[in-house]
Design a protein around this ligand. Structure first.
Ligand SMILES: Cc1cc2nc3c(=O)[nH]c(=O)nc-3n(C[C@H](O)[C@H](O)[C@H](O)COP(=O)(O)OP(=O)(O)OC[C@H]3O[C@@H](n4cnc5c(N)ncnc54)[C@H](O)[C@@H]3O)c2cc1C
Length: 497
């Protein structure tokens, strides 16, 4: 095995890996990072994100500490609300049906705000997410779904700042470098195998942090673990997350953990490319305004409660619901009352969309939807809408339908004002939920829950955090929290070894 002057190798090039690399370097270790993607495509799914971070906060003063430029006028026109540790834990528990690992949940929640400040100290700038996480309703913004801040420049801005900080911390970055295996000896991990410039090499390392994503971009594993039909899902982000880190760790005895049949998946432009493209308009696929409309399948029937909760708490599970429909597609339908609320992506090029001046004309234009079934759905829905309740997009307004087999719980405006628009969606997978078991120090655990000496993990490939669903913007936060912890543990361990 070739020797090297580095103590720690971090595998991956997204937010979790960069957080780990920074933290290991701050612990005093010499750090090398392997990013499978070429430099121009670096950054993993993290780069594709909107940059939202879900953290604990107690209102305007906490936000002002993170966004020092926030003006008094901004504060006066905004209700930032409060998001306590209890709220965060409740949300994580509720959306995961209480399967979430309580120790991991606790660690995520109680380190969230501090880790945002830590990232700020390393050059990441944050802003309040007006427009996406708060609507202007009657002159006032109210943040609604537990998320206030996002990284300046979105995911691209985030990873750019993190790469800059990594370089300043002396982290050696290798691009187009794919880790393929871990060498395990008596005392724990001893080295890493990788392919660089087409050649295999094995290099000695004292500690390894795996932060190289889930298996969402592996078509075969998707069908194998998520189930039939998942090979047809579109990948919203990077093409490089094929489960390598998970496989390498399992090969040396790590424990599989979490929901291997589960994934974060959304309603996504039906004819999107197979993978996201950092150079193109990758965000054009988002179709997240369904709480203000209806979603129907090929039979013209509704199949989810579009208004069950704020989008942040339903979007990550509705991709699976779409995939389960006949043909694996659906249409999102809006009338003139909802059109001003549609997110910008609905207006971008590439949307599979029809527009009409009557609902009958719309039905005829949605060629692969049973028109009779759809018109009946709309009639029944309109008749069931509570007209006595006022619509308000910033709160769960209770404007519901009554008496349908599948009611809409909030934001149920009637579907009756022309013009009408409908958008065809399929399933877009974001990331997978199953992975490795870690402890709260970031150690990868073996089948007996014992740490594998020198092996750490963070980010998407950690299992046990998300089951069935996911609260929006917890992914970047988890990657930063556990990346920071794993990097610190790896750095400290490597220096002692
Ligand atoms: C379109 C989109 C929008 C999103 N929006 C948000 C949001 O606003 N907020 C939020 O919290 N989350 C969001 N997410 C989820 C978020 O992207 C993930 O939770 C998070 O980025 C995962 O970070 P990570 O570092 O674990 O993985 P990634 O950022 O995917 O990084 C994995 C890295 O590993 C590299 N890699 C893979 N295999 C190997 C190998 N064998 N050797 C070396 N390197 C390898 C990849 O090239 C990549 O650089 C979004 C995701 C998508 C796709």
């Amino acid at each position: 095995m070739e020797a090297s002057g580095f103590d720690v190798v971090v595998v991956g090039g997204g937010n979790a890996a960069l957080s780990a690399a920074l933290s290991a370097a701050e612990a005093g270790a010499k750090v090398a990072l392997l990013e499978r993607a070429p430099e121009e495509k670096r950054g993993g799914n993290s780069r594709f994100t909107g940059g939202g971070f879900r953290m604990v906060h107690h209102g305007a003063q906490d936000i002002k500490r993170i966004v020092p430029d926030l003006s008094d006028a901004d504060i006066a026109r905004t209700d930032f609300g409060e998001y306590s540790a209890e709220d965060y834990l409740d949300d994580l528990g509720r959306v995961t049906q209480y399967f979430i690992d309580p120790d991991l949940a606790d660690t995520l929640v109680h380190n969230s705000t501090d880790t945002v400040h830590w990232l700020m100290g390393r050059g990441v700038k944050f802003l309040p997410n007006y427009g996406r996480q708060a609507y202007n309703h009657e002159g006032r913004f109210k943040f609604f779904g537990g998320v206030v801040i996002y990284a300046n420049g979105g995911g691209a801005g985030l990873v750019e700042s993190e790469y800059k900080a990594a370089a300043a911390h002396g982290v050696m970055i290798h691009y187009a470098a794919r880790a393929t295996g871990i060498v395990r000896g008596k005392g724990g991990v001893e080295g890493i195998r990788s392919i660089r410039d087409g050649a295999e090499e094995t290099i000695a390392r004292r500690a390894i942090v795996l932060a190289c994503g889930g298996f969402e971009s592996n078509r075969e594993w998707r069908s194998r673990y998520l189930g039939p039909g998942w090979d047809m899902a579109k990948v919203r982000g990077t093409r490089y997350n094929t489960g390598d880190g998970i496989r390498m760790a399992l090969d040396i005895g790590a424990q599989s953990y979490g929901q291997w049949s589960g994934a974060h998946a959304v309603a996504w432009e039906r004819y999107a490319n197979d993978f996201g493209d950092v150079d193109g308009q990758h965000s054009a696929g988002y179709r997240h305004s369904y709480p203000f409309g209806l979603m129907v399948n090929a039979n013209g029937e509704r199949f989810v409660d579009e208004g069950a909760d704020f989008r942040n708490y339903t979007y990550a599970k509705y991709g699976r619901a779409v995939l389960a429909q006949p043909g694996g597609y659906a249409w999102q339908v809006f009338d003139a009352q909802a059109l001003p609320l549609l997110r910008d992506e609905y207006k971008m090029r590439g949307a599979t969309k029809v527009r009409a001046v009557s609902i009958e004309e719309l039905a005829a234009k949605m060629e692969d939807v049973d028109a009779t079934g759809f018109l009946k759905t709309v009639r029944d829905y309109n008749a069931a809408v509570r007209r006595d309740v006022k619509f308000d997009p910033n709160i769960k307004d209770g404007k519901a339908t009554v008496g349908l087999a599948l009611n809409k719980s909030n934001w149920a405006n009637t579907m009756e004002k022309a013009p009408f628009e409908a958008y065809s969606v399929g399933c877009g997978i974001t990331f997978t939920f199953g992975g490795l078991k870690i402890d709260t120090k970031g150690h990868v655990l073996d089948i007996e829950d014992a740490p594998i000496a020198g092996l750490y993990a963070a980010g998407e490939l950690v299992g046990g955090l998300f089951y069935f669903n996911y609260p929006g913007s917890a992914g970047l936060m988890a990657g930063a929290v556990f990346g920071r912890i794993a990097g610190r543990s790896a750095g400290t361990f490597a220096l002692k070894r």
